[in-house]
Every structure is written in structure tokens, then in C-alpha cells.
Design a protein around this ligand. Sequence first.
Ligand SMILES: C[S@@+](CC[C@H](N)C(=O)[O-])C[C@H]1O[C@@H](n2cnc3c(N)ncnc32)[C@H](O)[C@@H]1O
Length: 365
Amino acid sequence: MTAQAQKKDEPQFTPPNEQKLNDFMGQLVGDLGGTMTAAMVIIGDKLGLYKAIADGKPFTPAELAKRTNTAERYIREWLGNQAASGYIKYDAKTQTYSLPPEQSFALAQEGSPAFFAGAFQITAAMFAAIPKITENFKSGKGLDWCDHDHRLFEGTERFFRPGYAAHLVQDWIPSLEGVDAKLKAGAKVADIGCGFGASTIVMALAYPKSTFIGFDYHAPSIEAARERAKKAGVADRVKFEVAKSTDYPGKDYDFVCHFDCLHDMGDPSGAAKHVRETLKKDGTWMIVEPFAGDKVEDNLNPVGRIYYAASTTICVPASLAHNGPALGAQAGEGRLKDIVVTKGGFKKFRRATQTPFNLILEAKP
Ligand SMILES: C[S@@+](CC[C@H](N)C(=O)[O-])C[C@H]1O[C@@H](n2cnc3c(N)ncnc32)[C@H](O)[C@@H]1O
């Protein structure tokens, strides 16, 4: 082969624009910093470092190490990353650090509506799944929800619970036709794909006259949900059972909910039909789904970026593991309506409300 022929076969690349390249490299440096800092957040969360400095008072590395029974040399390095990230403030004059009130709210205060540390646990599970998911890209096979690293289960609860605590009783249920009044008077409620039962327990605490049952096919999650119900003091009115969305027991429910799980399911159409069969004629089905528009271009934003990544490693494989349609976390209202109305046989369907992270959909027979 001549040198000329070889050159001809080589791929021809368009030369980059220097300014655009610099801008993109800047973005990549920021993204890499964020990705690596995720590991630091997970360590800080696990060791209680944020909680130990939640009061916002200035501290030295030695003081934090002593307070948390950790090695000062590691703490100093960790603090360097956190200060460079803007998570913790550094005062060069006094050589002390402090956690600003907003960062404390998001990273140290477990009960706050903005608590975010749980989300980083999910990223740890996503990284742990990389070898399997990489193979799945080639084979097209799935990875069941139950076969993920355990940090996915706890991380999901800790990431979602603040949103449920802040919105579910205050905004979402009141946005549905007549449901708040029914729950106040005493209704029968089923929470399908309930995970650790965060949503079930939030509702049970708010509506003491109603009874609640949470179903999930992941037995360890149901165990965890039972423990949490006991701790919250609602175990007398809240039961948790292992069951699939397509054959959970009971009927004549006044209110059935799916929180962030319909799109994960192997048979979302079967799940919709089963809700129809188990719901009272005048009952309501609430479907809480990740916020998404119907078209790819609607979701090319920071929230869509997070959801597409989680969907690639968690939601799509979860459904494919059961030969499902793999709706994905960015299913959008149009595709969900098709499942609920066309496949499930529900007559009424509407978007009741929304948040930057969630769509709240209401369906009635
Ligand atoms: C993203 S998690 C959401 C958990 C919970 N609803 C929450 O909001 O915290 C999805 C849940 O759906 C459950 N799940 C998926 N497919 C299911 C099925 N076919 N039947 C019952 N549960 C299912 C999983 O085990 C998991 O707990």
C-alpha cells in the first residue's frame, strides 16, 4: 500500500475552533471536578463530617478530626476539595473552615427539604454497575433493580424522601380531585413499588384515619420499610408486603399511588390494568414520575442530564430485565398517557401538578 493510499483511508477530522475547544475543556474540567467530588461527598456523609460542622461555626482540621474520630491528614485533604468546590468556606486569615447555612441545609440536615447527600449514594451504585451495564450495551440485556449495589436502595430513599416530605401532603394530594378530603375522612390506600416506604409513611403521618399498604417486589426494601414504619410510630396503620405491581392483593382501594417506579417496571401496562382492577369505581390513581417533556430536545437541561444518566444505568435495564418496554426515566407525559389510558383502560388522565423534578399525574376509571 502506498503512503498516499494510506493517507486516503485515514479519517478526516474537521479542525476544532480554538475558542469552542477552550470552552469545552473548561466544561470538562468542571464536570470531572464534580464527578470526583461526588466521592468526597459520599465519604463526608458516611463519616458524619457534614453533620459534625452543621452549626456553621469555624473549625480547624484538627478539631473536625477529633470531633469525628478521624485522621487529621485525611480531613485536611478532604477539606481542600470541599473548599475548592464551594461546599465549605475557608478563611485564609484564621486558617479555619466553616459550613455555610445553605450548604448545611443541603448536606448536613437529613430532614431538610433540600437534603441532597442521598443522591450521591445513587452515583456510587451507578459506578458499581458499570461493568454489567457496559456488557448490556452489547447484549441488550437488562439488570434487575434488585441486583444493584445496596447503596441504590438507601440512596433512593434519602434522595426522594425530602421531596415527598415537602410536597406530597402540601401540594400533590390537594391537586387531585377530592382525594385530600377522602384521606382525611379515612380511606384505603396502596403504594405500589414503595421501596423503603418513604412516601407511604409521609402520607400515614398526615392522614391518621386512613390505612396504608405498601407493596414492592424487592424483599430487603420491604424489611427496611417495616422498620421505618415502626420508628415513625405508624406501624399499626401501615403494612408493607412483598408483591409485584401486576398481582398485589386487595381490592376496592380508594387511592393507589406509584412513586417514581412505573417507568422502571417490566410490565407497566399490566401494572396499569391491575390498578384498574383493584381500585374503587370512584377511586384515584396518582402516578408520580420524573419530570420530562415528550421530546429529547425538551430534556436537554441539568435535570434531564441527571435523569438520562440514571435511566441508562438503572431504569432502562430494570425494565429490560423483565423483557419490558423500557420507558426510561424521561418517558414523558405522552408515553405515560398511552400506558394509563390505552393499555390500562382509564377514562380520565391529566397532569395535576409538577415540580422541577416530578410530574404528578392523575388517572380515574
Ligand atoms: C426508583 S424506586 C422508587 C421507590 C419508591 N417508590 C420511592 O419513591 O422511594 C423503584 C421501585 O420500584 C420497585 N419495582 C420495580 N418494578 C416493580 C414491580 N414490577 N413490582 C413491584 N415493585 C417494583 C423497585 O423494587 C423499587 O423499589
